[in-house]
Design a protein around this ligand. Structure first.
Ligand code: ATR
Length: 272
């Protein structure tokens, strides 16, 4: 696709943005779908000015990353329901100057389960971590008729605050905090949302997976390395494992589907 006067610009705003894979994923997928668009990343120091620029240049859509996922909310005209519950935005659509906010992180996670025919209904889920990624995933799965959700996190206060927020939106959900040493083999799916085990600290793991039965699915949202020590141990024990690459690609493509068309295909990405 050649850049011409019809080319649409999409972008990422955040700070820092230099390590982001989003430009690669979006530009590859635009090309794959024959969409006349480019995706750039902008290091933003002043969010208000960036928003004015986006509006005046009629940029059709953009992603938001750290540290602006919450601050962006005050510049939006409308917010999608699940994004509102999460309290953070990673995708914005510009419709004739009106900005609508979405969060595709949790939905990208959900899609990776659906693609593997893994159902969440009546499942007991353990989430490790209580940061931004945990928030997006926790709220999204709280929507899915799960049996229980347990959160374990180094900082107990942060976990309790997340639990309080989820409880205020999902009153009937069986939701609890657990200290690491009290974890037992009670879970169908365990999800690591922390950075423990991520490059360059690949020798760490958030939990010992031998605690759990071989039927437990172990999901690590880290994608660098592709196989964390956490997943490696679980795989050696015969458990089903999922890494963060599908979630990474899915959240990006779900953004494109919001911006451009529900029918966009997904390029078969292979990451080293
Ligand atoms: P993200 O947006 O990627 O979720 P974040 O909001 O900074 O990033 O959250 C990082 C998560 O990883 C938190 O749950 C954090 O635990 P704390 O709340 O206790 O800080 C967790 N985390 C990061 N480094 C950790 C470590 N070395 N050990 C245990 N947990 C860690």
């Amino acid at each position: 696709m050649n850049i011409d006067s019809y080319t649409n610009l999409f972008c990422l705003i955040g700070n820092p943005i230099s390590k982001s894979l989003s430009p690669y994923i979006h530009n590859t997928n635009f090309k794959y779908n024959d969409i006349n668009a480019v995706y750039l990343s902008f290091k933003v120091e002043n969010l208000e000015q960036a928003i004015l620029g986006i509006k005046s240049l009629s940029i059709k859509g953009f992603n938001v990353t750290l540290p602006y996922k919450q601050e962006i909310i005050k510049y939006l005209d409308n917010i999608d329901q699940i994004a509102e519950k999460i309290g953070a935005i990673n995708t914005v659509k510009n419709i004739n100057g009106k900005l609508i906010g979405f969060n595709t992180d949790g939905l990208g996670f959900m899609k990776s389960l659906k693609d593997r025919h893994i159902q969440l209904k009546n499942k007991n889920i353990l989430i490790i971590g209580a940061g931004g990624a945990s928030r997006a995933i926790s709220f999204t799965i709280a929507n899915e008729s799960i049996k229980s959700l347990t959160i374990v996190n180094r900082n107990k206060k942060r976990a309790l605050s997340l639990i309080k927020d989820i409880k205020s939106k999902y009153k009937n959900l069986d939701l609890s905090f657990l200290e690491k040493q009290d974890i037992k083999d009670n879970y169908d799916i365990i999800i690591n949302t922390t950075s423990v085990g991520m490059y360059p600290n690949e020798k760490e793991k958030p939990l010992d997976t031998s605690l759990f039965s071989d039927k437990t699915i172990i999901y690590d949202i880290i994608y660098k390395p592709k196989e964390t020590l956490f997943l490696k141990q679980a795989k050696e024990e015969g458990k089903t494992t999922i890494n963060g690459l599908d979630m990474l690609v899915n959240q990006a493509i779900l953004s494109e589907r919001i911006w451009i068309s529900e029918n966009l295909k997904i390029y078969p990405f292979i990451f080293k």
